[in-house]
Design a protein around this ligand. Structure first.
Ligand code: HEC
Ligand SMILES: [Cu+2]
Length: 327
């Protein structure tokens, strides 16, 4: 639902010029600005090539039947059609490639490093802090405005592609390799990205959010994320935590500060505070968590989490209340 909402907004924004959370033509980062500045150049170059080729075609057709003109026609077609287009394409290639080194610049060392792992069908995000501490979350990155941050991208299963058009380029995420990308946001806000390389059944359910805030808010977020999960105070949430233990959720999920240490699925320590659940599949509220537990496989075909439809609706409600409270 959340996902459809996000897409609806994007297309509406295109029509009425509301800032869009996912557009390469409304850059909110240094790298996206560079890419957007290539657009008129590449478009103009492409238009020039089209005009040259069409002009020559018309010229050749008009002169086709005049025997004495044949040699001149051939010269124009070969010289203009082959040489001019190759030269123009060459210039465009050089202009495009010259932006690459800047896009790959990881920024100054010493700050947090962000590891992003594309997995079927979600994004594992790991922050490694300069003091050696680290924490994990899923389908969400927070970045400080005005500071360049290095991303290291990898995958344990198949090829995915990390595409965040508002902030930077698109980069493939390839098993057995670590790809690097720098991101330097210039505007605050919440932006969305997707997987741009078909990777299996739920490829289209791999949305992620990037939240850009001012540096002090970023530091506060880091401090909150590295803290352990809060113990539930209300009886219903305590019952939810108990059900989580009884149903073996901890075999796949970690919740820091509890006995759950699984590493197959997302770390749930602060899941209630994320923008969406299961990579944009359901909204992040009690109803969203209930729906996720009741219809996991239907919502996300092929998902590597079993549906827990054997739970009663009271049990689902208790679990969802506990998850929602993990802020
Ligand atoms: C066999 C491993 C496995 C078990 C058992 C399991 N999960 Fe999951 N879970 C996953 C995986 C994998 C995902 C990621 C799914 C996706 O988005 O593609 C996930 C996603 C989730 C999410 C969304 C997390 C996020 O950051 O968006 C929640 C919430 C969740 N599981 C709760 C539970 C609960 C509660 C239980 C027990 C009743 C449970 N899971 C049992 C593997 C498991
Ligand atoms: Cu994909």
């Amino acid at each position: 639902m959340e996902r459809l909402g996000a897409h609806g907004e994007a297309s509406l924004a295109f029509a009425v010029q509301i800032p869009s959370p996912q557009s390469a033509l409304e850059p909110a980062g240094r790298d996206a600005e560079r890419i957007a500045s290539l657009f008129p150049i590449l478009f103009g170059g492409g238009a020039a090539i089209w005009l040259v080729v069409m002009g020559l075609t018309v010229y050749a057709v008009v002169l086709r039947d005049r025997r004495h003109q044949r040699d001149r026609t051939r010269r124009w077609v070969v010289g203009g059609g082959a040489f001019a287009t190759t030269a123009l394409l060459g210039l465009l290639l050089v202009r495009g490639l010259s932006a690459m080194p800047e896009l790959l610049d990881p920024g100054a060392p010493g700050g947090p490093k962000i590891r992003v792992s594309g997995e079927q069908w979600w994004w594992r995000v790991r922050y490694e802090l300069p003091d050696g501490a680290s924490f994990e979350l899923a389908n969400e990155l927070w970045l400080p405005r005005g500071r360049r941050m290095p991303l290291l991208l990898e995958s344990p299963d198949v090829i995915h592609s990390f595409w965040l058009p508002s902030l930077g380029g698109k980069i493939d995420v390839i098993p057995g390799r670590v790809n690097r990308l720098g991101l330097e946001p210039t505007r605050t806000g919440t932006f969305t990205g997707v997987c741009a390389e078909y990777c299996g059944l739920s490829h289209a359910r791999m949305l992620f959010h990037v939240v850009v805030v001012e540096p002090p808010a970023f530091e506060a977020w880091l401090a909150a994320q590295r803290a352990d999960a809060r113990a539930p105070a209300a009886v219903l949430a305590q019952r939810g935590h108990l059900l989580f233990q009884q149903h073996g959720c901890g075999a796949c999920h970690a919740v820091r500060g509890t006995a759950a240490r699984g590493a197959v699925g997302p770390d749930l320590t602060h899941v209630g505070g994320r923008v969406s659940v299961a990579a944009g599949t359901v909204a992040n509220d009690v109803a969203g968590f209930e729906e996720w537990l009741a219809r996991t496989e239907a919502l996300k075909p092929g998902v590597h989490m079993p549906s827990f439809h054997m739970l009663s609706s009271e049990e689902r409600n208790a679990l969802a209340t506990w998850l929602d409270g993990l802020q």
